[in-house]
Ligand binder design. Structure first.
Ligand code: MN
Length: 257
């Protein structure tokens, strides 16, 4: 099996190494990842700057670091390293959760999304740690991935669908199992902090605190809060098909009802 690994925390990230350690037991691993952290870049693509890909030898597998974002990395990998495509794209392990709306900001998820667009089975993997700076339990992510590898790779999925996995950053013994769930709601508060530079000019720093309602049955948010790994199938078709039907009705009749 030909496995491409990327991430958004950068090629030096501990989570990427952890992912390589597992994946190498299941096939030929190649890595293409950003040369620095690019978290929260979403599904961005670099258009106006040239991309450089430099070989990296420290991972023990063919690897390139790219001065771009995860989408760039996947596309370069599929041009340079796997021109005949590959069988699996893994993105992660991200240092931090990608739950609910995080999916739209996440570079980790975007890496898997790009694999999916290219018709390749793709999985985004994130370690859901909620304490900034706390050590991440990558050993739990590794163990979970080994136990679920076959399912992740072979379970039937509809077209244009990839998997978003969040594993709680807790000791392996504390992990309660796995839930297949939908996306929850994850909202941030005090998103933009206003600060001032030494010349008293304002500048702005985005971040904010998550205000997460943990009581969201059937979602990734609640599964991870309850100590379960979450697996969410995500489709590239963002259409709300039911709304499509009712909206078409309104447009036909021309009157809001
Ligand atoms: Mn990240």
């Amino acid at each position: 099996m030909r496995i491409l690994i990327t991430n958004d925390d950068g090629i030096q990230a501990e989570g990427l190494r952890a992912l390589v350690e597992v994946a190498q037991d299941y096939g030929t691993v190649k890595v293409v990842a950003p040369d620095r952290e690019r978290s929260a870049c979403g599904h961005a693509m670099t258009l106006h700057d040239p991309l450089r890909a430099r070989p990296v030898t420290s991972l023990g597998h063919e690897a390139l670091e790219v001065n771009g974002v995860p989408v760039d990395c996947v596309n370069i990998a599929l041009t340079v390293l796997w021109p005949d495509r590959c069988d699996l794209v893994l993105s992660g392990f991200n240092n931090g959760p990608n739950l609910g709306f995080d999916v739209t900001y996440s570079g980790t998820v975007a890496g898997a999304m790009e694999g999916c667009i290219n018709g390749i089975r793709s999985v985004a993997l994130s370690m859901a740690s909620f304490v900034s700076g706390a050590p991440i339990h990558y050993e739990t992510g590794k163990q979970w991935l080994r136990e679920n590898w076959e399912l992740l790779v072979t379970a039937p999925l509809p077209e244009l669908t990839f998997l978003n996995v969040n594993i709680p950053s807790i000791a392996p013994i504390e992990l309660r199992g796995t839930r297949v769930v939908g996306m929850g709601k994850r909202v941030y508060e005090d998103r933009v902090e206003v600060r001032h530079d030494p010349w008293n000019r304002p500048y702005y720093w985005q971040g904010g605190v998550v205000v997460m309602d943990r009581n969201q049955p059937g979602t990734d948010v609640q599964a991870v809060s309850d100590g379960f790994a979450s697996v969410t199938p995500i489709t590239l078709d963002w259409t709300h098909h039911a709304a499509c039907e009712s909206l078409a009705h309104h447009f036909r009749s021309g009157v809001p009802t």
